[in-house]
Design a protein around this ligand. Structure first.
Ligand SMILES: [Zn+2]
Length: 504
């Protein structure tokens, strides 16, 4: 995510930085399990095809969604095929039903109306303000064995960020543009770590989705006159009787995002193995072309610096957002729609470059975005500085870095410095999350680069990417990647920048 609206004090600070930046299938079989398609080569880039063999035990979602946009509601059925990768029998499965949260999702609704496991009825219990659902398995599942969990559900989407404007707009209807954003409109598998399901509350800042890499086969049925954009690639698109059913297949993805509007237009460009699509509504084609240009250039730069992007497609999609300038999903990024009427706003380019970088840090390399939000956000922010450096030159980059340095000094002077490595719970209720994670955090990566030099720095980042691709990285794994990059160790930098609040 990229933060948009902040407290007055921080706003002045960010304004200063912005000014510096200027200078600078088939329908569901009605009963039983619909076999999932194999990860289609239509969605996985050739460079990533060899990775698929390592993902044989990744969860698989087969989801059928039927949308009723006029009533801001939908129904769905999904079967998750889950392999028990623990060394002990598995007795339950935990899913997240995020839209029930008021924080971030605007008090929407996602109600599970039925659950079966391997065709047998299963009991469920709710937790975490109805954002977590535990499905008790009728029989324990032995290590290495698979289980099919089928859930029926129905959902309702709020308008204009919900009551008290608590939502980001990721699960929301925006009447002005008639956009329907459907983030996490299905129960999302939680992460299983050390024999436990990891499920945290949804906090009012940062991101909520901490999920395993999975394969998605999603069929979306909606009235004619509405069109979807989603994670993955379209494998079929069939119209009948005034409705349309579009089926998507994802590569190895952590989430599935769906955005619906009456009339998406798009401009596209091929970059290596990937097509970048930049969507727009109405007469904002020029802005979409700008977003496409930034998307294409950032894709080239990050692929060269960090490692190849694994999908054949990347979609850049405008959305009315609140508190966030952009939000990342696998293969799809949301960009605040207001930028499309002011494409020369420097934050437009910064936001697109930031969200595209999340395809490497968050999407492909995952991390616990609740306990270590800095791990993807600070690195993504530094990656966007690399975009400006590689595209526009060292002067532009240096101005960006010194702007961040001045901002950190200002935080220290105001007594508002804090520990970058803290989780969302620590920052709740305050206004330090943005500046500490997004401004001080990236300077940690700059400090590493200054110590290691460019060659070892990028070697370390590339090895971090390769070693944690599709998995869950940790701060320790990041430090290990840089320590193993052939230069000096960086443990003291981690201590100083991430674990302490000592300024810079
Ligand atoms: Zn972000």
């Amino acid at each position: 995510m990229r933060i948009k609206r902040v407290s007055a004090g921080l706003f002045v600070l960010l304004l200063t930085l912005m000014l510096a930046a200027v200078a600078v299938p088939a329908a569901l079989a009605q009963s039983g399990f619909r076999p999932i398609v194999l990860p289609a080569t239509t969605s996985v880039a050739p460079n990533a095809l060899p990775d698929l063999a390592k993902l044989a035990s990744a969860p698989r979602y087969a989801i059928d969604l039927t949308l009723d946009p006029a009533n801001l509601s939908y129904t769905g059925r999904q079967t998750i095929t889950y392999t028990n990768t623990d060394t002990t029998p598995l007795t339950d499965i935990v899913l997240r039903v995020f839209p029930n949260s008021c924080a971030l999702y605007g008090c929407g609704e996602l109600k599970v109306t039925g659950a079966t496991v391997g065709g047998q009825p299963a009991t469920t219990t709710s937790d975490l303000e109805n954002t977590a659902l535990r499905v008790t398995l009728p029989r324990p599942v032995a290590p290495g064995q698979k289980v099919d969990v089928t859930l029926d559900f129905q959902g309702r989407v709020p308008t204009n960020f919900g009551p008290d404007r608590q939502g980001y707009g990721i699960y929301n209807y925006g009447p002005a543009l008639q956009t329907l954003m459907l983030a996490n409109a299905y129960p999302v598998l939680a992460v299983r770590q050390n024999g436990q399901w990891v499920a945290d509350p949804v906090y009012p800042d940062g991101d909520a989705v901490f999920s395993p890499t999975a394969f998605y086969d999603v069929s979306v049925t909606l009235p004619g006159g509405w069109s979807p954009v989603a994670t993955g690639s379209v494998i079929s698109d069939v119209g009948a009787d005034g409705t349309r059913t579009v089926r998507y297949s994802s590569g190895p993805a952590r989430d599935f995002m769906l955005a619906v509007a009456p009339n998406w237009n798009k401009v596209s460009q091929q970059v290596g193995e990937t097509t970048v699509n930049s969507y727009y509504l109405g007469d904002t084609q020029a802005a979409a072309e700008k977003a496409l240009d930034v998307g294409v250039k950032s894709m080239e730069i990050y692929s060269q610096r960090f490692g190849p992007y694994p999908f054949r497609q990347l979609d850049i999609v405008p959305a009315p957002l609140f508190k966030a300038a952009g939000v990342e999903y696998p293969g799809l990024v949301l960009i605040e729609a207001a930028y499309y009427s002011k494409p020369n706003d420097p934050s437009f380019e910064t936001t697109v470059a930031h969200e595209v970088a999340h395809q490497w840090w968050y999407s492909t390399v995952g991390n616990d975005v609740i306990k270590s939000p800095w791990l993807d956000e600070a690195l993504t922010q530094y990656a966007s500085a690399i975009y400006f450096e590689d595209r526009y030159g060292k002067d532009r980059f240096n101005r960006l870095i010194s702007g961040w340095e001045r901002a950190v000094d200002s935080l220290v002077a105001k007594g508002e410095d804090d520990i970058v490595g803290e989780g969302l719970a620590h920052f709740e209720g305050g206004n330090r999350y943005g500046p500490v994670v997004y401004i001080k955090g990236p300077l940690f990566f700059h400090a590493i680069r200054q110590r290691l030099g460019d060659e070892a720095f990028y070697r370390g980042l590339q090895s971090y990417y390769q070693q944690n691709k599709y998995g869950i990285a940790t701060p320790e794994r990041l430090v290990a990647a840089f320590n193993g990059a052939g230069g000096p160790r960086i443990d003291d930098l981690f201590d100083k920048w991430i674990l302490k609040a000592e300024g810079r």
